[in-house]
Write a protein that binds this ligand. Structure first.
Ligand SMILES: [Zn+2]
Length: 329
């Protein structure tokens, strides 16, 4: 039985496996510029964040209907459950679909077909987090939040993703203020390829409660001290960092340093279909390569539930935490 855990940094579009991509392409009459799944997998050698994003956006063009999004989420939930995920807070990118003429209603209601039955079918509770693309304009983000209004009963929070460099968090001050006024939780990618100052800005200007990635905080000792003091969770994605060259190899990943510094670290899969592993695979990889002790692994699992947006269901959080403490390796 795998260690029970929550996954807090997972882009649902990043769970699109080549096999499902081809199946949906055929169903929707979309042609992909790859002969087969082999050739597509061979394209997964990325030079950095941008080269990954180019393929990521190209491939998601196969997602058209509610059923496509339902199938995508259903496939993820099955895999996640098999790897010990008990709770998943799932990102989605409405702007990336809107530009293909797929409305946010199709995305949210489609995902919900799977998420709504996830506890019964997979034993996984879920939350949805709407992400703004930071390389799009602030006006487009605001428009997206407006379009999301009829679906807010399905959405727990907002996030910020896509190309980080040159797109500081402050660009989205107004839309985050609007999201907060709607009662939405706030997270943002910061300090992945962008500088530590973006982490500080995400906290101070956007009011984020968790930082996605955040590993470059190590370049600023005062920031590390603050993150520890304020118990700000980091949603780290070690396999993603290797594939996108934020670190050279997994053995070089600063996770042990971040844990030793007292940071509230969690370990997540980001875009597992592209980066070589789901949540359990990621735990196994950091255990084996970074030689994490059982205490450290239990700490990571505990942190994942502590950092979850489960304030509306503390009983459930307590149950999950008890599962972590009772787990025998
Ligand atoms: Zn991400």
């Amino acid at each position: 039985m795998p260690l029970p855990k929550a996954e807090l940094h997972l882009h649902i579009e990043g769970t699109l496996e080549p096999e499902l991509a081809f199946e949906l392409a055929a169903r929707n009459g979309v042609s992909l510029p790859y002969a087969d799944t082999e050739e597509l997998r061979a394209a997964y050698r990325f030079q950095g964040l941008q080269s990954f994003l180019d393929l990521y956006y190209e491939l998601m063009s196969v997602l058209r209907t509610e059923q496509d999004f339902a199938d995508l989420a259903e496939a993820y939930l099955g895999r996640a459950a098999a790897q010990g995920v008990r709770h998943a807070e799932i990102f989605f990118d409405p702007q990336a679909h809107a530009r293909r003429g797929v409305g946010i209603g199709t995305v949210v209601e489609g995902l919900w077909r799977a998420l709504g039955d996830s506890e019964r079918n997979h034993g996984v509770s879920t939350r949805l987090i709407l992400c703004f693309l930071r390389d799009e304009s602030a006006e487009s983000a605001m428009e997206t939040l407006r379009a999301a209004r009829p679906h807010l009963d399905r959405i727990t929070g907002v996030g910020l993703d896509s190309a980080e460099a040159g797109h500081p968090p402050a660009k989205f001050r107004e839309v985050y203020e609007a999201a907060a006024a709607l009662g939405l939780r706030r997270v943002a990618h910061a300090g992945e390829e962008g500088p530590p100052a973006y982490i500080t800005e995400a906290l101070d200007v956007l009011g984020v409660e968790r930082v996605d990635h955040g590993l470059r905080c190590l370049e600023d000792p005062a920031l590390v001290e603050r993150l520890v003091r304020e118990r700000v969770p980091l949603t780290l994605c070690p396999l993603s960092n290797v594939r996108l060259h934020a670190v050279d190899t997994l053995a070089d990943h600063p996770l042990p340093t971040l844990l030793d510094a007292g940071l509230l670290c969690t370990v997540n899969s980001d875009d597992p279909a592209y980066f070589g592993g789901y949540a359990g695979d990621t735990f196994d990889a950091v255990r084996d390569t970074l030689h994490l002790t059982e205490d450290r692994l239990r700490e990571l699992a505990r942190n994942s539930f502590l950092a979850s947006f489960l304030e509306d269901d503390e009983e459930r959080r307590a149950r999950y935490l008890a599962e972590v403490e009772a787990y025998t390796f």
